[in-house]
Design a protein around this ligand. Structure first.
Ligand SMILES: NC(=O)c1ccc[n+]([C@@H]2O[C@H](COP(=O)([O-])OP(=O)(O)OC[C@H]3O[C@@H](n4cnc5c(N)ncnc54)[C@H](O)[C@@H]3O)[C@@H](O)[C@H]2O)c1
Length: 346
């Protein structure tokens, strides 16, 4: 491996900037180039973070021999094309969650990955695996402190600002892809087993009237192979007056113990100013001593470091593939209003 790994970013939006902060500051990384179909966005991000090249076409970025690894940070439904091209170009990849949002994309990505697996490495950015409370719970469960796991409850919701104002492409995704993918992966991480059957019910009353024809909410039951049952809720319509973007509650129950988390609000930190009170972020992506910190940045930093050291990634291509297979089953279940076995063979 070279002294510094050369990085390219495909997708210069909100989350592309989180990647740029790490590649432009990490001592093992160098940000070489940025691509976005809107060339101006690529230029602005490249100039802000010191990359010399920017392109409207990601294929030109992949042709650049200085680029060793790429971050795919395009909208949820647009990961497949740059991923397959990056595999063909022999670049290492960190791809944003969800890995893919259709069976066809998942199949094409699986084929591309398998054909290059001995040459390139892939991580899926399930950054919740770096969230301190979830890692502490994971380690307690592994040590057997909760005894035999019985059940879990996980609610992970967004304020309505996210689908209506933040994401221009919300109608091509859904809360199941956008946050349900984190929910499913976190439970797999904690429970240490795969989901075998799901039952999901959705409701569409609010977003559809705002011109975003996707369900507002999915309430779902997951059955894991090891017998654990989980209830999950994902909704995209929490009122904007909610003090934080996410509404999060997690409970894991075992034969000898239980953990409860209310991760909403960063509620350990309250700020009261004239005319406003809120809960500043200190956990997800704050800047500490001038450096990008928090678990969302930590996940990207870990990609750089494990790429360099050769250690296995904490969230692999297989994790992304399995999570997308579970979400496809949840969507099929919600459509048919029937339980659905998860098909991992696709
Ligand atoms: N890890 C996380 O928790 C997390 C958080 C937020 C977003 N994300 C994920 O990151 C991805 C991007 O989300 P975002 O919020 O940055 O969206 P965004 O809309 O802000 O940015 C996406 C960018 O991709 C560009 N783009 C689209 N197609 C492209 C292509 N073929 N080539 C190059 N650029 C292209 C768009 O012009 C846009 O600038 C999504 O998959 C999202 O789910 C992950």
């Amino acid at each position: 491996m070279k002294e510094k790994i050369g990085f390219g970013i495909i997708g210069a939006g909100l989350w592309g900037e989180a990647h740029a902060r790490i590649y432009s500051t990490h001592p093992l990384a160098q940000l070489i180039a940025v691509s976005d179909i809107v060339e101006e966005k690529a230029r602005v991000l490249a100039e802000r973070y010191g990359a010399k090249r920017w392109y409207a076409d990601f294929r030109r970025l992949l042709e650049n021999p200085e680029v060793d690894a790429v971050a795919i940070v395009t909208p949820d439904f647009a990961h497949c094309e740059p991923f397959v091209a990056a595999m063909e170009a022999g670049k290492h990849v960190i791809v944003e969650k969800p890995l893919a949002t259709s069976r066809e994309d998942l199949q094409a990505m699986e084929r591309a990955y398998r054909s290059q697996q001995d040459k390139v490495r892939v991580m899926v950015d399930f950054h919740a695996r770096f969230s301190p409370p979830l890692v502490v719970a994971h380690d307690m469960i592994k040590r057997g402190e909760l005894g035999e796991l019985v059940s879990a409850y996980y609610r992970l919701n967004d304020i309505i600002y996210v689908p209506t104002q933040m994401l221009s492409w919300a109608k091509h995704s859904s809360i199941l892809w956008f946050l349900g993918s984190h929910t499913v992966d976190t439970l797999r991480f904690l429970v240490g087993s795969e989901v075998k059957r799901v039952y999901s019910v959705s409701s569409s009353k609010v977003l559809v009237k705002l011109g975003i024809p996707v369900p507002d909410i999915y309430q779902s039951i997951l059955e894991f192979e090891n017998g654990v049952i989980a209830t999950i809720e994902n909704n995209w319509i929490v009122p904007n007056t909610h003090p934080h973007w996410n509404d999060i509650k997690l409970n894991v129950l075992g034969s000898k113990g239980m953990v409860n988390m209310d991760l909403t609000n960063n509620q350990a930190f309250e700020r009261y100013l004239e005319g406003k009170s809120d809960h500043p972020d200190f956990l997800i992506m704050p800047t500490l001593h001038g450096k990008p910190a928090g678990f969302a940045h930590e996940s990207i930093r870990d990609f750089v470091e494990r790429l360099y050291s050769g250690e296995e990634f904490l969230a692999t291509f297989e994790d992304g593939y399995r999570v997308s297979a579970v979400i496809l089953a949840l969507l099929a279940s919600a459509e048919k209003r029937m339980p659905q076995e998860v098909d991992y063979t696709l």
